[in-house]
Design a protein around this ligand. Structure first.
Ligand code: HEC
Ligand code: HEC
Ligand code: HEC
Ligand code: HEC
Ligand code: HEC
Ligand code: HEC
Ligand code: HEC
Ligand code: HEC
Ligand code: HEC
Ligand code: HEC
Length: 317
C-alpha cells in the first residue's frame, strides 16, 4: 500500500519536473467529440451545470471556440462516470472532494502538471497534513482567479486564523491594500524551499529594492549569504509587530541583541550616545556607501556641528 503511494507520487512528480519549463498541460484523454457527447448526457439530468463552469477556465469545449488545444467535458474530471451512467444514483458517484490528495492530484494531473502541483504532492508542508487540491480550490461556481476558495480577500486566512491577528498589529504589512499577498512571500510552487520557511531575504528584497544592496559597507547580518541564519527576519517580523517598523524588539533592543553599548558612548558628549536611539546616529543600518559604522552621513549637521570636520570623527573609516 505504502509502496504503491510512493510510486504514484513519483509518477506524478517526475513528469512534472521534466515538463516544468515547457508545456504546462498534457494531452487530454478523450476526443473532443466523445467529451461533448458525454457532457450532453450528464446535462440531461444535471440541468444547468454548464453554467457553473461558464466564464471559468473549465468552460465546456462544446460551448467555446477552439482557442485552447485542451478540451474540457464533465467526464474529464468526474472519473468513474461509466458506472454512474449505468446506474445513475448518489451511490455510484465518485465524490472528488472525498478522494485522497494523491487521487485528486491524478484527476487534475491529466491536464495540470506544473511545479505547483508537483510541490503540492511532495515537499509542501500542507502535504504532510493531507491538505488536498480541493481544500484550496473549488471548480464549480467560482468566479475567483486561480479558482481558489475565498472567504474575503485572502483565502489562506480561512485556515490560518492565528496569522490574521498578526496583520492587525501596530506595524504590519498592508494586506488589506492588496499590495501584498500571502503568496508574495509564500509561493506555492517552490519545491526546493516550500513556502519559504527559510532563506527568504531575497523575497523581501524583491519589493524592498532599496535594501537589497550591495553596499560598499555591509552590515553582514542583513544578508543570509553573508551570515548563516542572517537575513531580514533577524530584526524584522514578517507579518506584524507591536513595535514600529515591524521590528522584533522595541527601541534599542534590536541592536542590543548582538551589540553592547560601546564604552565611549556613555562618556563622550555627556553620554549622548547611550541616551539617543542607536538608529538616530547609525541610520544606515542596512548598509552604507559612506562609512563602515553605518553612521548618518549628515550626522555633523544633524546633532553636532563639525563632528567630522573637527577631526574627532572620520566618516570614511
Ligand atoms: C439519468 C440521469 C443521470 C445522468 C445521465 C447523470 N446523472 Fe449524475 N446523478 C444522478 C442522480 C439521480 C444522482 C443522485 C441524486 C443527486 O444527488 O442529484 C446523481 C448524482 C451525481 C453527482 C453527485 C451529486 C452530489 O450532490 O454529490 C455527481 C458529481 C454526478 N451525478 C455527476 C454526473 C456526471 C459527471 C454525469 C455524466 C457522466 C452524470 N452525473 C450523469 C442522475 C444522473
Ligand atoms: C475541471 C474539473 C471538473 C469539470 C470539468 C466538471 N466538474 Fe463537476 N465537480 C468537480 C469537482 C472538483 C467537484 C467537487 C466540488 C467542487 O470543487 O466544486 C464537482 C462537483 C460536482 C457535482 C456535485 C455537486 C456540487 O456542486 O458539489 C456535480 C453534480 C457535478 N460536479 C457535475 C458536473 C457536470 C454535470 C459537469 C459538466 C457540465 C461537471 N461537473 C464538470 C470537478 C469538475
Ligand atoms: C481536461 C483537462 C483539465 C482537467 C482534468 C482539469 N483542468 Fe484545470 N484547467 C484546464 C484548462 C484548459 C485550463 C485553462 C488553462 C490556461 O488557460 O492556461 C485550466 C485552468 C485551471 C486553473 C487556473 C484558473 C485560472 O483562473 O487561471 C485552476 C486553478 C485549475 N484549472 C484547477 C483544476 C483542478 C483543481 C482540477 C482537478 C479537480 C482541474 N483543474 C482539472 C483543464 C483541466
Ligand atoms: C494550500 C493551498 C493550495 C493547494 C493545497 C493547492 N493549490 Fe493550486 N493554487 C493555490 C494558489 C494560492 C494558487 C495561485 C498561485 C499564485 O497566486 O501564485 C494556485 C494555482 C493553481 C493553478 C493555476 C496555476 C498553475 O500553476 O497551474 C492550478 C492549475 C492549480 N493551482 C491546481 C492545483 C492542484 C491540481 C492541486 C493539488 C495537487 C493544488 N492546486 C493544490 C493554492 C493551492
Ligand atoms: C485548508 C486549510 C488551509 C489552507 C486553505 C491553507 N493552509 Fe497553510 N497550513 C494548513 C495546515 C493544517 C498546515 C500544517 C500546520 C502544521 O503542520 O503545524 C499548514 C501549514 C502552512 C505553513 C507552514 C507552517 C509551519 O509552521 O511550517 C505555511 C507557511 C502556510 N501553511 C501558508 C499558507 C498559505 C500561504 C496559504 C494560502 C496559499 C495556506 N497556507 C492555505 C492549513 C491550510
Ligand atoms: C512579507 C512576507 C510575508 C507575508 C506577506 C506573509 N508571510 Fe507568512 N511568513 C513569512 C516568513 C518570513 C515566515 C517565517 C517566520 C519567521 O522566520 O519570522 C512566515 C511564517 C508563516 C507561518 C508559520 C509561522 C507562524 O507565524 O505561524 C504561517 C502559517 C504563515 N506565515 C502564513 C501566512 C499567511 C496565511 C499569510 C497571508 C495572510 C502570510 N503568511 C503572509 C513571510 C510572510
Ligand atoms: C510584495 C511586496 C513586498 C514584499 C515581498 C515584502 N514587503 Fe515589506 N512592505 C511592502 C509594502 C507595500 C509595505 C508598506 C510600505 C508603505 O507603507 O510605504 C512594506 C513595509 C515594510 C516595512 C515597514 C513597516 C512599517 O511599519 O513602516 C518593513 C520593515 C518591511 N516591509 C519589511 C519586509 C520584510 C522583512 C520582508 C520579507 C520577509 C518584506 N518586507 C517583504 C511590500 C513588501
Ligand atoms: C540589524 C537589524 C536589521 C536587519 C537585519 C534588517 N533591518 Fe530593516 N530596519 C532595521 C531598523 C532598526 C529599522 C528602523 C530604522 C529607523 O527607524 O530609522 C529598519 C527599517 C526598515 C524598513 C522601513 C524603512 C522606513 O523608512 O520606513 C524597511 C522597509 C526595512 N527595514 C526592510 C528591511 C529588509 C528588506 C531587510 C533585509 C534585506 C532588513 N530590513 C534587514 C533593522 C534591520
Ligand atoms: C543579529 C546580530 C546583530 C544585530 C541585531 C545588529 N548587529 Fe550590528 N553587527 C553585527 C555583526 C556580526 C557585525 C560585524 C562585526 C564585525 O565585523 O566585527 C556588526 C557590525 C556593526 C557595526 C560596525 C562595527 C565595526 O566595528 O565595524 C555597527 C556600527 C553596528 N553593527 C551597529 C548596529 C546597530 C546600530 C544595530 C541596531 C539597529 C545593530 N548593529 C544590530 C551583528 C548585529
Ligand atoms: C549620538 C550618536 C550615536 C548614538 C546614539 C549611538 N552611536 Fe554608536 N557610534 C557613534 C559614533 C560617532 C561612532 C564612532 C566612534 C568613533 O569614531 O570613535 C560609533 C561607533 C559605534 C560602534 C563601533 C565602534 C565601537 O566603539 O565599538 C558600535 C558597535 C556602535 N557604535 C553601536 C551603537 C549602539 C548599539 C548604539 C545604541 C545603543 C549606538 N551605537 C548609539 C555614534 C552614535
Amino acid at each position: 500500500m505504502f509502496r504503491e503511494k510512493i510510486f504514484r507520487v513519483i509518477k506524478l512528480a517526475v513528469p512534472l519536473l521534466m515538463t516544468a519549463c515547457s508545456l504546462s498541460l498534457s494531452s487530454p484523454q478523450y476526443s473532443r467529440q466523445e467529451l461533448d457527447e458525454q457532457s450532453a448526457t450528464c446535462l440531461d439530468c444535471h440541468e444547468g451545470y454548464e453554467t457553473s463552469l461558464a466564464g471559468s477556465a473549465h468552460r465546456l469545449s462544446s460551448g467555446r471556440e477552439m482557442k485552447s488545444s485542451i478540451v474540457v467535458g464533465c467526464i474529464s474530471c468526474h472519473k468513474g462516470w461509466e458506472k454512474h451512467l449505468e446506474e445513475p444514483s448518489a451511490e455510484t458517484v465518485i465524490k472528488l472532494g472525498a478522494l485522497s490528495l494523491i487521487d485528486q492530484a491524478e484527476v487534475c494531473g491529466d491536464c495540470h502538471l506544473t511545479p505547483h502541483q508537483q510541490t503540492m504532492v511532495t515537499t509542501d508542508p500542507h502535504t504532510r497534513r493531507n491538505i488536498s487540491c480541493l481544500d484550496c480550490h473549488t471548480v464549480h461556481n467560482n468566479p475567483i482567479k486561480n479558482l481558489v476558495k475565498d472567504a474575503g480577500q485572502e483565502f489562506c486566512l480561512t485556515c490560518h486564523t492565528e496569522v490574521a491577528s498578526e496583520f492587525h498589529r501596530r506595524s504590519n504589512h498592508p494586506l488589506q491594500s492588496l499590495n501584498i499577498r500571502c503568496t508574495d512571500c509564500h509561493p506555492v510552487d517552490n519545491i526546493k524551499s516550500p513556502l519559504l520557511a527559510v532563506g527568504h531575504d531575497w523575497q523581501c528584497q524583491r519589493c524592498h529594492t532599496d535594501y537589497a544592496g550591495p553596499f560598499l559597507y555591509e552590515h553582514p547580518v542583513v544578508y543570509t549569504h553573508l551570515v548563516n541564519g542572517g537575513g531580514c527576519t533577524e530584526c524584522h517580523e514578517s507579518h506584524g509587530s507591536p513595535n514600529d517598523r515591524l521590528l522584533k524588539q522595541p527601541q534599542n533592543g534590536t541592536c542590543l541583541q548582538c551589540h553592547g553599548v560601546p564604552p565611549g558612548h556613555r562618556t563622550r558628549h555627556s553620554g549622548l550616545g547611550a541616551r539617543l536611539a542607536c538608529v538616530d546616529c547609525h541610520s544606515e543600518i542596512h548598509g552604507s556607501y559612506d562609512n563602515k559604522l553605518f553612521l548618518d552621513p549628515d550626522l555633523g549637521n544633524k546633532l553636532f556641528p563639525d563632528c567630522y570636520q573637527s577631526g574627532c570623527h572620520i566618516i570614511n573609516q
